[in-house]
Ligand binder design. Structure first.
Ligand code: GCU
Length: 697
């Protein structure tokens, strides 16, 4: 890909029409203010507005400490002062109001102005219509991060981007830094527009070449940081726990060894000499073959704290991943439960992590399945900074060949209340305000570390994300990280309105309506034709694409469904199973323990039941499986014909239309394959006929 072929995603020139046709005044200095100025100029050049100070303006973007603000902006500032006071917006917040025909964005810091500008872009003409009351916006989570699982080299099995479905890496090409920095800049701009402020640029599985990014290839990381900085995106690096031996030539990587500690301190000092605003390290340790503190008889707290001590003088953080489990389990051993592993390893360490360690916890206890309960680790670490990790790349949700809008899933996870209805949500834990009975709310500044992290779905594909509609997942992640209370359907509207230019047609609502029809429930549709009732996996080992019901059943990976002739599911109860339900606080430890109260969609995650078990829905398990699988494949057919209406009416660009049609054809084929394999498998196991006599093979 070269720079000129970059698809604009949700920031096409048309999205800037409202701002670009106005007179814009920017009153701020510094690098980010220059970005604001450049963005405004680019838009006004395109749409005929102007940027400058000739005393007449429609949009003012100014810092709150500006001397001599224009009258309208000064009156908004006076109201802000009266309400909460300047200085309360934080480094990233902004206030917005429209009065007297002028739209005013005020911020205490230039990052707030940048975010404010993108907010005005999102509002479009609504930002320049009727008066708008003063509205204050803060990110709820302080660190909103994407992890790229990108390798410099192409891995023989995983390709260049591990679990990447969008081509090669946008950062690395031909064994080094990409020459296409325009694309990185365009990416940074997209990230800033949705509020993402941190990224890692290499895989959590740190291979031999990529390990050197920490030392002799650091210049490449610094070059990336230079491109990302104008958009307020900080660079972090995935590092190997064994770096002192692999890179430093030391005989050990024991985190308590003084030479090891000195090596980390000196190496980190050099990182900051090259990249003063470097964010910190991400570490996958003792996980799926990666080295870690267990190899030296040390705890994960001891391991994490050594890296944290090296970063601390510079204000850096360690994201230490909690994805630690035994991937060499004996399938015959029914007592080992992979779902338990993270809690078993980490809960007892609460309170032992340094203040700049952030424990990065996958949202579910297993591995980004289509349906999992929320990880009990999130409720077990009140004295530890936590980040919740989501997966924007669709490893287990259709690999960007299937439409699967994940906003609703993330929203459900973020709104989950691990301690019961009136207590903090997962989002509040991630934003650092949960403990001490504080409540986070939009407009409230986060009090601590922590944050939301997601595995990116971006590559060097012309549409960034393989499936053009998968751009919406990236968009929704950023927006939910900024404010977890946002409604995923509203986010879809935002994304649609920015991305697609409405054509003048007899039915102006068709585009938006159809995209909602195709995308709104697509996560549930995907769930309905794949693994049922929370049991997970049933995917092809290795690639994780397409059905293979017993593919993982007799492997060491700890992901089993235990289907036999009588029933299916994993008994994770305290009474008769692995005891995993006991890792939750009340009420969930009881809700999940009991067949009577366990939600249907998670039934097989927690219980082993006969095929004739009757769900809350009134259906038996096996009939539910048949019904959902037939219905799921039908829904995909409907998605495909709905989309075709748009394409036939010429409402989307031909290249986007062609790509989406090709993907929907594959989704249809794959959904039918899932339907037939799953239904046939359970019919053969159970011998129970479909009540409706449909075709099962
Ligand atoms: C999954 C995925 C791996 C990845 C791992 C992780 O298991 O399949 O490719 O490395 O998650 O999150 O570390």
């Amino acid at each position: 890909m070269t720079g000129d072929a970059i698809h604009p995603a949700w920031l096409p020139d048309e999205a800037w029409q409202a701002v670009g046709s106005r007179r814009v005044l920017v009153r701020a200095d510094g690098p980010l203010a220059r970005t604001v100025m450049q963005e405004a100029t680019r838009a006004t050049d395109h749409h005929g507005g102007s940027v400058g100070d000739d005393g007449r303006f429609d949009l003012v973007l100014a810092l709150t400490d500006t001397v001599g603000l224009p009258d309208t902006a000064a009156s908004v500032l006076a109201e802000l002062d009266y309400r909460s006071g300047r200085g309360t917006l934080g480094t990233e917040g902004f206030a917005l109001a429209r009065r007297g025909g002028v739209t005013v964005v005020l911020a205490d810091g230039t990052a707030g102005l940048l975010y404010g500008l993108f907010h005005v872009v999102r509002l479009g003409e609504a930002a320049f219509g009727a008066a708008l009351p003063l509205d204050v916006h803060h990110p709820v989570t302080a660190r909103r991060m994407l992890n790229h699982w990108d390798n410099i080299d192409t891995h023989p099995v995983m390709g260049q981007v591990e679990r990447g479905y969008s081509g090669g890496s946008i950062f690395w090409r031909d064994g080094g830094l990409t020459p296409d920095l325009d694309r990185i800049r365009a990416y940074a701009r997209l990230l800033a527009s949705v509020g993402v402020n941190a990224i890692t640029v290499n895989n959590v599985n740190v291979h031999a070449t990529e390990a050197h990014l920490l030392t002799d290839r650091l210049g490449d990381v610094a070059a990336l940081a230079d491109v990302l900085r104008p958009y307020h995106v900080r660079v972090h690096l995935s590092v190997g726990f064994n770096s002192p031996t692999a890179l430093g030539g030391l005989p050990t990587a024991d985190p308590l060894d003084p030479d090891v500690r000195a090596w980390w301190a000196e190496t980190t000092r050099q990182v900051y000499a090259a990249i003063p605003d470097f964010g910190g390290y991400v570490v996958k340790a003792d996980s799926e073959g990666q080295p870690g503190p267990f190899g030296y008889g040390r705890t994960h707290a001891e391991g994490a704290n050594t890296l944290a001590a090296a970063l601390e003088p510079f204000g850096g953080v360690v994201h230490w991943r909690a994805f630690v489990y035994d991937h060499r389990q004996d399938w015959r051993d029914r007592s080992t439960d992979r779902a338990r592993a993270a809690h078993d390893h980490f809960a007892a360490l609460d309170g032992h992590f340094a203040g700049n360690v952030i424990l990065q916890v996958k949202h579910g206890p297993i591995d980004f399945q289509t349906r999992e309960p929320v990880s009990p680790v999130i409720a077990a670490m009140p004295s530890t900074h936590l980040a919740v990790e989501l997966q924007v790349t669709q490893e287990y949700t259709g690999q960007q060949r299937h439409v699967c809008y994940l906003g609703p899933m993330w929203s459900e996870v973020l709104a989950f209340t691990p301690w019961g209805a009136t207590r903090p949500t997962v989002a509040e834990v991630a934003s650092g305000v949960a403990h001490g009975d504080e409540r986070a709310a939009p407009g409230r500044r986060p009090s601590g570390q922590g944050g939301l992290v997601a595995v990116s779905n971006v590559g060097d594909d012309p549409f960034w994300t393989g499936h053009p509609l998968a751009q919406a997942n990236l968009y929704a992640f950023g927006r939910l990280a900024w404010n977890p209370l946002l409604d995923p359907a509203t986010l879809l509207d935002e994304w649609i309105d920015l991305t697609f230019t409405p054509a003048a047609t007899a039915d102006p609502g068709l585009l938006r309506r159809t995209l909602h029809e195709v995308m709104d429930g697509s996560w549930q549709v995907y769930e309905s034709y794949t693994a049922p009732l929370g049991v997970g996996f049933m995917v092809r080992p290795g690639s994780h694409y397409g059905p293979d019901v017993d593919g993982y059943e007799y492997t060491p990976w700890g992901t089993y469904h235990f289907a036999d002739r009588d029933g299916i599911g994993v008994d994770r109860t305290r009474a008769t199973g692995t005891g995993y339900t006991g890792q939750y606080p009340k009420p969930w430890s009881d809700v999940y323990e009991s067949l009577a109260s366990c939600p249907d969609e998670l039934l097989l995650f927690f219980h082993h039941v006969p095929y004739t078990h009757v769900l809350h829905s009134g259906k038996t398990v096996v009939q539910h499986i048949y019904d959902t699988h037939f219905a799921g494949a039908e829904r995909v057919a409907l998605m495909r014909s709905n989309w075709a209406r748009l394409g036939d009416a010429g409402l989307v660009a031909p290249d986007v239309d062609a790509r989406v049609r090709e993907r929907l054809d594959e989704q249809m084929r794959c959904a039918q394959e899932w339907r037939d394999q799953i239904n046939t498998y359970f019919y053969r196991k159970s011998g129970i006929l479909d009540a409706h006599g449909r075709r099962i093979h």
